[in-house]
Structure formats: C-alpha cells, structure tokens
Design a protein around this ligand. Structure first.
Ligand code: FAD
Length: 383
C-alpha cells in the first residue's frame, strides 16, 4: 500500500481544507449555539463536488476514489462535525446506496439532485424501540395494488427535517427478524409523513436530527429499492461504508484537537514558562498525536480495500471503533491542555468533545462493533 497521496488526492484534500476554512470553521460555533447549520451550505458542498464523490459522472457525480472521499470527510470533520454528518448521510448512506442498488430510473431521479445539493437524503433505520437490534424494526409496508402503505416511526434521523428523500426500512413480510425487511425511497413531502425536530443534543447541535412518523404513507411499488426482503442487507452494506466515513470524521476531530492543543500549549504561560515546556502537557499532546495517526491509518486501510474491490466490512468496524474512541480521548486530552478555558465555547475543544461523543454510539455502538469483529474472528455470532 502506498501511504503517500497522489497529486489528484492531494488537490482534493487542499480543496477541502480551503473550503472548510472559508465556509465552515468561521461559522461552526455560531451554528452550534443556534442549533442550526445554515442550509445554504448544502448547495455549496454540492457545487464544489463533495456531495457527488465516488458517484459516477453520468449520474451527476464527481467520481473519485474512496481515499479522496475520506480526505474530504476528514477536513469537514475538522471544521464542524454537524456539516460532516450532512455529507456522510446524504452522500455516504443514501446516494451511494442508490448508486449501488437503485434501478436506472431511481438513479436518474435522485443521484443528480443529491450530488448537486438540490436535494438532501436521510437514512431511516432506527426506531424508538429498535436501535442496536435494527433488524427487528416494527415499521410496516403493506402491499395495496400497485402501491405500498407504510405505517410506523423512525428515531434520531440525521438530516431528518431537511431531507427531500428518505431511504426508509420497513417490514413487508412476516418473515422473522431482518428477513422481512425491505427498503424504499420515500419523497419527504409524501402525505402522511411528519417530522419532529429533536433538540437538546449533547453535540452535533447544528444538525437537523428528527423523529419521523409515518401514517398511511402511500408510495408506488417501484419506490422499493433492491429486492423485497433484502432491505436489511442493503442497510448493512450502506453502514459498512458509512463506518469508514464516520471514522474519517473522527480523524478530523482528533486532528483539530491536536492542532488546538499544540497552539494553546505554546501560547499559555504558567510558572513563568509556556505550558508546552512541561512533560505532563507533552504527554497529553503526544497521546493525541498517536491516536490521530493510528485512527487515520486504520481509516485509509478501509478506503484502500474498497478501492481494490476487496472485503472491507470488518476493517470498517475496526476503524470506526478505534477512531471514535480515539476522537473522544483526543478531544478530552485537548480540553485538559486548555484547562478552564477548554470548558467554555469561545475555545474550540469543548465542542470537539461534545461532537465526538456520539461517534461511539451511532452507525453501531462500540459494543456492537466489537461483536461484529468478534463474529468475524470466531465465526460465532454473540448478538
Ligand atoms: P440501544 O441499542 O438501546 O443500546 C443501549 C446500550 O446497550 C448501548 O451501550 C449498546 O452498546 C448496548 N447494547 C445493545 N445491544 C447489545 C448487545 N447485544 N451486546 C452488548 N451491548 C449491547 N439512526 C438512523 O437510522 N439514521 C440516522 O441518521 C441516525 N442518526 C443519528 C444521529 C444521532 C445524533 C444519534 C444519537 C443517533 C442516530 N441514529 C440514527 C441512531 C443510532 O444509530 C442509534 O442510537 C444506535 O444504533 C444505538 O441504538 P439505541 O440508541 O437504541 O441504543
């Protein structure tokens, strides 16, 4: 594996770094306090090609490999995890699933709009009663002539109030567990679909997280994506690649924590000297630096496996597990370097810690990642 970036990848990384410095970082604290990212960012992300990465150009995408996607995701996560999440879901979970499993018509309908930022996608898997055990979801889609009628509810849906299309998972047969689940592309303005914004989150405050309620939502039969009864494997396939994207966002958080800690330690003086000159402060900084490198290498490894067409799901779980725990550790260590100033939001590290915390929870908690890795190693499912 060549660990250096190609000229093209380096150009994409620089483009993302400039974009974030101009369009994201200056507003991140304001959006966090207001609990609202400016929605205009979506079209800007689309215009620069970040919402179309890895999507074929014939469907309006900007192409590129998965390492480039990781580099962009890392830079976005470095600037603001709320913005990073918009891309990880609308592109990473929704557009990429349409590109892999959609019919020609579904691709032509949704991919150009998602890639340009004209439309936003959300991923509706979790329900109030089923989180880790997502395959046991209760939302039902019942066949009625050439349509399906859907009833149920979805919880904690990223981009929920912004979305134009919901990649929705619902039970279509009485087959037990995940075998009865199918996937649908549901336009968010379909009658019967209502959304309630969830406020008061510890982190990712700028992000439009919502509960979705579906009451007799009627969609044509061709809204189904992938074969009937295969919806759960489609969700798992989306989440495996999604975990790489979350891991890359975590690398961005950890890198931002490192940058901030090094800068502050050089400026802040106590006992007549910069705190950077104290060994215990250097220990905090070096611990962050090792976490950044280890998390980045595990994440790039996943991108490399995908780009080579090799099996990557277990590697993605390892990267997501490690990078999310590392991001929390890194942000916490950086906060320690900042002392009391780290605890107020005029300084960046408190937000990094709050934003990092959810990474160990969503797209499979750390415990669930360990069960996936354990199953791959032992051949025994402990779920
Ligand atoms: P539970 O599954 O109830 O877990 C509670 C605890 O039990 C955890 O510690 C868990 O690790 C542990 N546990 C559960 N089962 C086991 C087991 N077998 N062995 C060991 N420990 C176990 N979902 C979507 O579908 N789309 C989204 O866009 C989305 N965005 C989100 C955004 C935010 C901000 C948040 C907070 C969540 C989001 N989620 C989304 C939901 C997220 O994926 C779930 O919260 C997550 O899967 C955990 O489910 P749960 O919260 O129901 O916790």
């Amino acid at each position: 594996m060549d660990l250096g970036l190609s000229e093209e990848q380096e150009a994409v990384r620089r483009l993302a770094e400039d974009f974030v410095a101009r369009e994201v970082t200056p507003y991140a604290v304001e959006w966090d306090r207001a609990e609202n990212v400016d929605r205009a960012i979506v079209r800007k992300l689309g215009a620069v090609g970040f919402l179309g990465l890895t999507i074929p150009e014939e469907y309006g995408g900007s192409g590129g490999d998965h390492l480039s996607y990781c580099l962009v995701t890392e830079e976005l996560g470095r600037g603001d995890s709320s913005v990073r999440g918009i891309v990880s879901v609308s592109l990473g979970l929704v557009a990429k699933t349409v590109a892999s499993f959609g019919s020609e018509e579904q691709k032509r309908t949704w991919l150009p709009r998602l890639a340009s930022g004209d439309a936003v996608g959300c991923f509706g898997l979790t329900e109030p009663g089923t989180g880790s055990d997502a395959g046991n979801l209760a939302t039902r889609a019942v066949r009625d002539g050439d349509a399906f009628v859907i009833n149920g509810s979805k919880m904690f849906i990223t981009n929920g109030t912004w979305a134009d299309v919901v990649l929705l998972f619902a039970r279509t047969t009485d087959a037990p567990g995940h075998r009865g689940v199918s996937a649908f592309l549901v336009p968010a303005d379909t009658p019967g679909l209502t959304r309630r914004a969830i406020h008061g989150k510890l982190g990712l405050r700028g992000q439009a997280t919502a509960e979705l309620v579906l009451e007799d939502v009627r969609v044509p039969a061709d809204a189904m994506i992938g074969p009937e009864g295969k919806g759960f494997s489609l969700a798992m396939s989306a989440l495996a690649k999604g975990r790489m994207s979350v891991a890359a966002g975590c690398v961005g958080i950890a890198q931002a924590a490192l940058d901030a800690a090094v800068r502050y330690a050089g400026e802040r003086e106590q006992f007549g000297k910069p705190i950077a000159s104290y060994q215990l402060v250097q220990e905090l900084i070096s611990d962050i630096a090792v976490d950044v490198d280890a998390a980045r290498l595990l994440t790039w490894r996943v991108a490399d496996l995908i780009d080579r067409g090799q099996e990557f799901a277990t590697a993605a779980s390892k990267a997501k597990l490690y990078a999310s725990e590392a991001a929390v550790r890194a942000a916490n260590n950086a906060l320690q370097v900042f002392g009391g100033y780290g605890y107020i939001d005029e300084y960046p590290v408190g937000k990094l810690l709050r934003d990092a915390r959810v990474m160990t929870l969503y797209e499979g908690t750390s415990q669930i990642q360990k069960l996936i890795i354990g199953r791959a190693l032992t051949g025994v499912s402990a779920f």
